[in-house]
Structure formats: structure tokens, C-alpha cells
Design a protein around this ligand. Structure first.
Ligand code: ADP
Ligand code: MG
Length: 721
């Protein structure tokens, strides 16, 4: 759904200069006045067709936006507001301003340069100057172009030309109150078939006929945290009377979303806590025999993780644990430990990884580590016959540990006795996928692993239902990865240096530019880089190419050969981003590094520095913006994944951080973890408090809360009393 964050951008599209003109009004009635007719109140659950002016055609378009009911429309919040409170004298307009003007129409011209284009131009003047308003393919506007009018749009001032505004929003000045001027005007996410003006009109109709809205929070909470009544907050978020009421409305609705989320997550956790463990773990020593299988002694942090897992396994209810640790800290060993426990206890374990390469690598490692345990691999790209065989062996229990990709969550996959679910690199999956795999067992234990350090605020909402183990120690003998940032003009020097590294027996990755828009272009560019390197730069070295379009076994073969040293340089798209482990590779060169996200670069960098030799990460980029330079600098300065993650959040700005919206349990419309940290903390506190006193939400004041939680967290109703 195209909801994004309704932040208040003063001047909508940013205005450089405002306030020069007359303030039309200070406080506005929150819903623009109707033109006489009073609409009868709508009901929240009514279809959008009940709204005045919404016919069958329009309702179809609304459906496409996911808007089915009056309530959906009321909650179709704007992504921004345009500041149209002031009228700016035309003579003061600057190029690039977004501004509202008012003036008399002096002249109207029509042009039709070709059959597809009809242009209407009007010259509008106030005492300070004149401006040309241009309308494209809106022939009907010419009937409105007389007398005095107001317009809002982007100003163009080109040397030697008249001031211009292209395609402005416009209305005639009349005695009727205006919905479009003299106020903050909402900007909505749209869909084909609905223009901004129509969307505004629909929402105004809804707000005028908005019935009382049931409260999600109690009166007590509302007072404690200074929140608005819900109905008022909704109205103010669309048509704020002033900027401070807009901010208060955002706070209120953000709080409420977090509150629902925190209640839901906590109920989920409590639900698991009352679920009895189905598999009983005897009090045997599993740690020593497991450690005896390892080729190295575990780090202190890994040992602590084993203990956390053991404690969970011996508890009366299923484990739900998140293992968080920077790339290369050795989380796989923890997964292997848990898998071992499960198998030794007569259960099956399933390990889900985001890519086929990674799944293959895990399968290989686990079968190497766990002698006598049958490890199977299930991926979408297997041949039908192979897949059927693996599925059969999973169902019969012959395969004890199955590693796989999304293929694991498919309908056809049935387990004999699934006792443990491991989800690796969780940030690549949604909660839904995690849950789907989990549901294949009878309340199995759950171990989630992530290498992407998540700021605390984020983990509260995304992983709020999990206990957390942090692995804060790298295996010994690692030398930190030295990171360099160079301009593309120094690429040749970097290649020369790679050649020297290879001569010393090391291997290198070259990551090709990321082209998000098109996988095809990305492939083409990777092939080009590869050909260039193979034929011109490193003719004497052994090169391989890895990309997302290759078949799984092809990828696996390339990776396998690279791992065993048959290639010196692996040219790759970002398919190697997660988890790949080749200790002898010591150089990671990333082309056009400024196209990647910081967290992603940190992940890529984590592919090297896994052996005893000194490793280097070379970021090749020519960032022009200050922000871009800062991002490169952040990686050069710091190796700490948590620091990088926080910086990423800061530099990307709110609402843009992966996972802030999608990865959590419920969709957030207003709340933004970067912007509303305070509200998140308050909501957490309030949710804890409420459940402490009324774990079943039995008080009538929680009726609406129960409804909303149930909708967002299916299954939670069983906890209500
Ligand atoms: P990640 O946490 O990124 O998934 P891995 O589990 O892939 O990390 O481990 C990275 C590398 O470190 C692997 O080569 C693994 O064999 C090695 N490793 C893990 N634990 C230890 C240890 N205690 N001592 C030495 N090497 C280790
Ligand atoms: Mg890993």
C-alpha cells in the first residue's frame, strides 16, 4: 500500500521563502466548510460508495488503493502538506518556490501545438507583478479564467522570460470558504484514475460526515501522554488548523499505532509462554559433545549463546530467540548447536536462508559439522524429481536437518517431527514467512539470526516478541578490515594492488554497480565489467562471474570453485551480499559504492576479514553530495555494525530505513521509528502497564483496542477474556 509518512513539509514541495505575504487566517476550522448542504453522518464500516460523490467508477479506483470503507478513507493519510496559508506578492516570487498567489486575470491565450497537446495560458497580475499560469490539456479551465483567482504551484523564473507557473492548482476567489487556500492542504498518495483534487474532495466529504470514532487508548492514557481524542487527531492530520495541531495529531496517531503493536507483540509472546513444550529435553550434557565436533573452540559469546539456547530448550514453553551479531561473529555455529540439540532429541530442524548460495553453504557446513546426521537441501531450483525426493525424506523424517530457501514454506513441505526452526538473516524475510515455517511444526522452538544490527528502537517493534542474545565478540585471530574510499580515477591503482594480493595467494571480490531499476541492466553491466577485467585488466588471472540470473547449481559451482581456490577474482552482483564465507578472500572492491545502502555495504564488507590475513575493503565512488561523502566516511571510520546502522538511519532520514515499515508485524501508517522514538517508548510503557493490570483486556474500555489488535495480529483473540 502506498502509504508513506505524513510528515509536514512546510510548503508541500519545499518552499524557499514564505511569510512575505498576507496570512489569510491564523486558525482554521479543521474541516473545510461545506457549501451549504450538510451530509448525514456516515458509518465507519460503510462502503466508500456511501460517500457523497463516489460512484462505481471512483470506488473501483479507490479499491485499487486498498480503500474499501469509510474508515479506510479516513485513515488514508496525506504524505505531506502544502503550506498555502500565505499569499505571496507576485513580485516577490523566486525561481523554484512553491507558493500561493492571488491576482486578476488579464489575458487568456489558447494554443494547440499538436493534436495531443492543448495549452491554455493566463496572465495574472497583482499590484506587485504578473505571472503566466499554464494549463496542459485542461480545456475546461478557460471558463474559470476571469476575475480574480488564486493559484498554487511551482514558480519558474527564467532570465528574459515572464514568471511562470505550470499546471497550478487554482480556484476563483469568491465568498465561499476555500478548501484549497489559506490553510495547510493535504497531499495524498494517489493511484491511476484519481487526481489530487478528487482525492481531497472525497476525504473532505468523509471528514464532514465522520461519525464518532471509538478510542483505542483509555482516557487515562490519553491524559498521561497528552494525546488528542482520536477523531480530532484524524481530522487534524488531514486538515490541520495549524502546524502545532498537525504535530500533535501525528504524535497521537503514532502513539496509538505503536501501542497496538506493542500490545499485539506482547500478547503473542504471552501466548507462546502458556503454550506447553511438546518436546521434552532431557538434562543431558550436550555442550561438551557438541564442542568436541567443532574444529575450533567457541568464543565466549558463542558459549553464552549456547547457554541461552539450552536454558530456553529446558523451559516449559517453546524457545523464541533472536541471535544478533555482526557479520562474521559465528552465528552459524549457534544454529548448528540448536540443530544438534533438536536432532539428538529425536526432532527435525529446519534452517531457512534467504539465498540459494547461502542455503547451499549452510547445508555443506552443517553436514560437515554434524557427523551421522542427515542434512538435506531444499530449494526452488531443484529438479522436480529431486525436490519430490527431498520432500518425501522430510516427511518421513529421514532428513533430520533440512536447509533451504523460501521453498521450505511451500504447502507441499511436511515434516515428520519439526522441533526447531532457524531463520537466518531474518531481515530478508518478513514476519509472515517466519511464522509460516513455524506453523509447520507443533509449536517448535524458534531461533532467528540476523547480522544486520538493528537500532534498539527498531528491534523493539520488529522483534519485540523475541528474547535476544547478542554475540559481541569476533572469533580470535581476525584482523579488522581496513576500509578505503577512492575516486574512480584511482581504479587502476586498486586493480594493480589486487594483482599483488593475488600474487601473494589471496583472492578478491569485485562487486558490480547496483542497478535497482532493472535486473537486466544489472546483469549487462556485470557482464561488461567481467569481460573488461578478464580481457584487459587481469588477463593472467582466473576470473569467475556470479549473478542472480544463474541457476542455483551454477552459482553453487562457481562459489565452490572460488572457495577451493580455483578462481582468483570473483566478479559479482550483490548476490554475495549475505553470509558467504571464504576465509582466503581478503579484498572486497565495490564499484559505485555510493549506490548501495550503508547497511548493505557493511554486509558486503563482512565477506572479507574472515581469515588470518589482513583484509581490505575498497569503496570506489565519486559522491557529489555531502550526504554521500559522509556515508563513505562513516564506513572508513567505523567497523561497528551498530554504529553503521544508526548512521544509516540518520543519513537516510526517517521513513526510509529498511524494515521500519514492512518488516514489522503490522503496517504503520503514521508512526515512524526514526521520528517517533519518544512515542514508541511511551507506547511500550503504556502497553506493559495495561497488560500488567488487565492481561486479558477484559475491561470494556479496551473494546476497540481488542478489535484492532485482532485485525493486525490474527489469533490473538484467544487471549482476550
Ligand atoms: P556469521 O555470524 O556472519 O553468520 P559465520 O557463522 O559464517 O558468521 O562465521 C564466520 C566464520 O568464522 C566461519 O568461517 C566460521 O567457521 C568461523 N568461526 C566461527 N566461530 C569461530 C570460532 N569460535 N573460532 C574460529 N572461527 C570461527
Ligand atoms: Mg551467517
Amino acid at each position: 500500500m502506498p502509504h508513506s509518512f505524513p510528515k509536514h513539509r512546510p510548503g508541500g514541495p519545499p518552499a524557499k521563502r514564505l511569510g512575505g505575504g498576507a496570512l489569510l487566517s491564523r486558525r482554521l476550522p479543521s474541516v473545510p466548510k461545506s457549501d451549504g448542504m450538510n451530509s448525514p453522518l456516515l458509518s465507519l464500516g460503510a462502503s466508500v460508495k456511501a460517500v457523497r460523490g463516489v460512484g462505481p467508477g471512483l470506488s473501483q479506483h479507490l479499491t485499487r488503493l486498498g480503500l474499501h470503507t469509510v474508515e479506510d478513507l479516513a485513515q488514508h493519510y496525506p504524505t505531506a502538506h502544502e503550506d498555502r496559508r500565505h499569499i505571496v506578492p507576485i513580485g516577490q516570487l523566486l525561481d523554484g518556490d512553491w507558493a500561493a498567489i492571488e491576482g486578476e486575470v488579464r489575458q487568456v491565450r489558447e494554443k494547440a501545438p499538436n493534436r495531443k497537446l492543448q495549452i491554455v495560458e493566463a496572465t495574472v497580475c497583482d499590484p506587485s507583478g504578473c505571472i503566466v499560469l499554464t494549463f496542459f490539456n485542461q480545456p475546461h479551465v478557460k471558463h474559470q479564467l476571469s476575475g480574480s483567482l488564486r493559484a498554487y504551484g511551482k514558480v519558474e523564473r527564467k532570465i528574459g522570460q515572464m514568471l511562470q507557473m505550470n499546471g497550478p492548482d487554482m480556484e476563483r476567489v469568491s465568498d465561499k470558504p476555500s478548501a484549497l487556500f489559506g490553510r495547510l492542504v493535504p497531499v495524498y498518495p494517489l493511484t491511476q484514475g484519481i487526481v489530487q483534487r478528487v482525492m481531497r474532495r472525497i476525504v473532505v466529504e468523509v471528514l464532514r460526515a465522520l461519525p464518532p470514532v471509538p478510542e483505542v487508548v483509555s482516557e487515562d492514557i490519553r491524559q498521561r501522554y497528552r494525546l488528542m481524542p482520536r477523531r480530532r487527531a484524524i481530522v487534524q492530520l488531514h486538515y490541520p488548523a495549524a502546524t502545532d495541531t498537525l504535530a500533535a495529531a501525528q504524535r497521537t496517531l503514532a502513539f496509538e499505532e505503536f501501542f497496538v503493536q506493542q500490545i499485539g507483540v506482547r500478547l503473542k509472546r504471552m501466548g507462546r509462554a502458556v503454550q506447553p513444550r511438546l518436546t521434552f529435553y532431557p538434562n543431558l550434557d550436550v555442550v561438551d559433545p557438541f564442542e568436541a565436533l567443532l574444529p575450533f573452540p567457541p568464543t565466549g559469546a558463542q558459549r553464552r549463546a549456547f547457554q541461552d539456547v539450552l536454558k530456553d530448550l529446558r523451559a516449559p514453553h517453546p524457545m523464541a530467540r533472536l541471535v544478533q551479531g555482526d557479520v562474521g561473529c559465528g552465528k552459524t555455529v549457534v544454529a548448528a548447536f540448536a540443530a544438534c540439540c533438536a536432532v539428538w532429541n529425536g526432532c527435525q530442524a529446519a534452517v531457512m536462508a534467504p539465498t540459494e548460495i547461502l542455503a547451499g553453504q549452510h547445508a555443506q557446513k552443517l553436514s560437515g559439522l554434524l557427523p551421522g546426521i542427515r542434512v538435506g537441501l531444499l530449494m526452488g531450483s531443484l529438479r522436480t524429481k529431486e525436490k519430490a525426493q527431498v520432500q518425501k525424506d522430510i516427511a518421513s523424517g529421514a532428513i533430520q536437518v533440512v536447509v533451504g530457501t523460501h521453498a521450505l514454506i511451500q504447502e507441499a513441505v511436511r515434516f515428520d517431527r519439526l522441533g526447531l526452526v532457524v531463520v537466518d538473516e531474518q531481515h530478508k524475510f518478513g514476519v509472515v514467512q517466519r511464522t509460516r515455517l513455524w506453523e509447520k511444526g507443533d509449536a517448535p522452538d524458534l531461533l532467528v539470526m540476523t547480522a544486520t544490527p538493528i537500532p534498539r528502537t527498531l528491534s523493539l517493534t520488529t522483534y519485540g516478541d523475541l528474547d535476544c542474545t547478542i554475540i559481541d565478540e569476533l572469533p580470535p585471530g581476525r584482523t579488522p578490515v581496513k576500509t578505503h574510499h577512492i575516486g574512480s580515477n584511482r581504479l587502476d591503482g586498486a586493480y594493480k594492488w589486487i594483482r599483488e594480493q593475488v600474487r601473494e595467494g589471496r583472492q578478491a571480490y569485485v562487486v558490480c554497480p547496483l542497478i535497482e531499476e532493472s535486473e537486466k541492466l544489472e546483469l549487462a553491466s556485470a557482464q561488461q565489467v567481467f569481460a573488461h577485467l578478464r580481457d584487459e585488466v587481469f588477463p593472467e588471472l582466473r576470473l569467475a562471474l556470479l549473478h542472480g540470473r544463474q541457476k542455483a547449481d551454477e552459482k553453487e559451482a562457481v562459489m565452490g570453485q572460488f572457495r577451493s581456490g580455483d578462481f582468483d577474482v570473483l566478479v559479482s552482483t550483490t548476490v554475495i551480499e549475505v553470509g558467504v564465507d571464504v576465509p582466503n578472500a581478503t579484498v572486497m572492491l565495490i564499484r559505485d559504492a555510493d549506490r548501495f545502502g550503508l547497511a548493505q555495504l557493511h554486509q558486503l564488507r563482512g565477506r572479507v576479514g574472515r581469515g588470518a590475513h589482513r583484509s581490505h575493503c575498497i569503496l570506489v565512488a565519486d559522491p557529489e553530495s555531502k550526504n554521500g561523502k559522509e556515508r563513505m566516511e562513516c564506513l572508513v571510520q567505523s567497523q561497528d555494525g551498530f554504529f553503521v546502522a544508526e548512521e544509516d538511519m540518520r543519513l537516510r532520514g526517517p521513513g526510509d530505513y529498511y524494515g521500519t515499515r514492512q518488516a514489522g508485524f503490522m503496517q504503520l501508517r503514521v508512526a515512524d521509528m526514526a521520528l517517533h522514538r519518544a512515542e514508541l517508548e511511551m507506547a511500550r510503557e503504556a502497553a506493559e502497564d495495561v497488560l500488567r493490570h488487565d492481561a486479558g483486556l477484559s475491561h470494556p474500555q479496551w473494546e476497540e483496542l481488542r478489535r484492532v489488535v485482532e485485525r493486525n495480529f490474527p489469533g490473538s483473540e484467544q487471549h482476550f477474556h
